[in-house]
Design a protein around this ligand. Structure first.
Ligand code: PLP
Length: 232
């Protein structure tokens, strides 16, 4: 087996185990491979090993890779901060945007989504711990924000994306995940298109799944440490 095949199967075992513990059906939690800073060739070999959705944070870097891999049927997720002058490229080249937290950005994504493509799938990024310096909508503003998003024609609300506070206190993290799950349940009762609770990264994927995640975003455990933080 190639290294990437080994890593993929290790992660899929972790996911299966957590699904079992959470009494969820097997394969109900999706794996998003976070490939920021990693080369297109590695994405290609992951695809060949069976991984079909990838997440990117930095637009310029992502566009280069998307072009290099255009012969593959990859589902691309944008998961980084969004500047308004970048929305056209994001709306054109991605299938999902998980980091929507401003109305103006959502409106631009909708207006700029090419009409020959399916609606752009979006998640609302939630600032689940109300951290001062963190992106995301405050938990008590999500429903209002979702009502506004529903007015835009070319985006489809799929769920919530959360990044909990950085801490070694797993109980604190669990509480964040539990609150996120509750918000997700409320939102999906109003909007049937909402089916995705994106939470859990390398360090906390098992606990996130046990508390209701439907999609984990994994970089380090799959591709190894990121040695450079790339900026656009
Ligand atoms: C980088 C990143 C990840 C992946 O984190 P790892 O700890 O490497 O698994 C997940 N989500 C977001 C939003 C990221 O920016």
């Amino acid at each position: 087996m190639t290294k990437i095949k080994t890593q993929l199967s290790a992660i899929s075992n972790t996911i299966k185990e957590a699904e079992k513990q959470a009494n969820k059906p097997a394969n109900s939690v999706r794996l998003l491979a976070v490939s920021k800073t990693k080369p297109a060739a590695l994405i290609r070999s992951s695809f060949e090993a069976g991984q079909h959705c990838f997440g990117e944070n930095y637009l310029q870097e992502a566009l280069t890779k998307i072009a290099a891999l255009s012969d593959l049927n990859i589902e691309w997720h944008f998961i980084g901060p969004i500047q308004s002058n970048k929305t056209k490229d994001i709306a054109t080249h991605f299938d999902w945007v998980q980091s929507v937290d401003r109305l103006k950005i959502a409106q631009r994504l909708s207006n700029q989504r090419p009409t020959n493509l399916n609606k752009l799938n979006v998640c609302i990024q939630v600032n689940i711990d109300n951290e001062a310096s963190k992106s995301g909508i405050a938990p008590d503003e999500i429903i209002d924000f979702a009502h506004q998003l529903a007015l835009f024609d070319n985006i489809l609300l799929r769920g919530l994306m959360i990044i909990p506070v950085k801490t070694n206190d797993t109980e604190l993290q669990r509480q964040s995940f539990i609150r996120a799950k509750k918000l997700f349940t409320e939102l999906s009762a109003i909007y049937p298109s909402v089916d995705t609770l994106s939470m859990g990264m390398t360090a906390d994927m098992a606990i996130a799944i046990r508390e209701g995640s439907t999609m984990v975003r994994i970089g380090t455990a799959l591709f190894g440490q990121r040695d450079s933080v790339q900026k656009q």
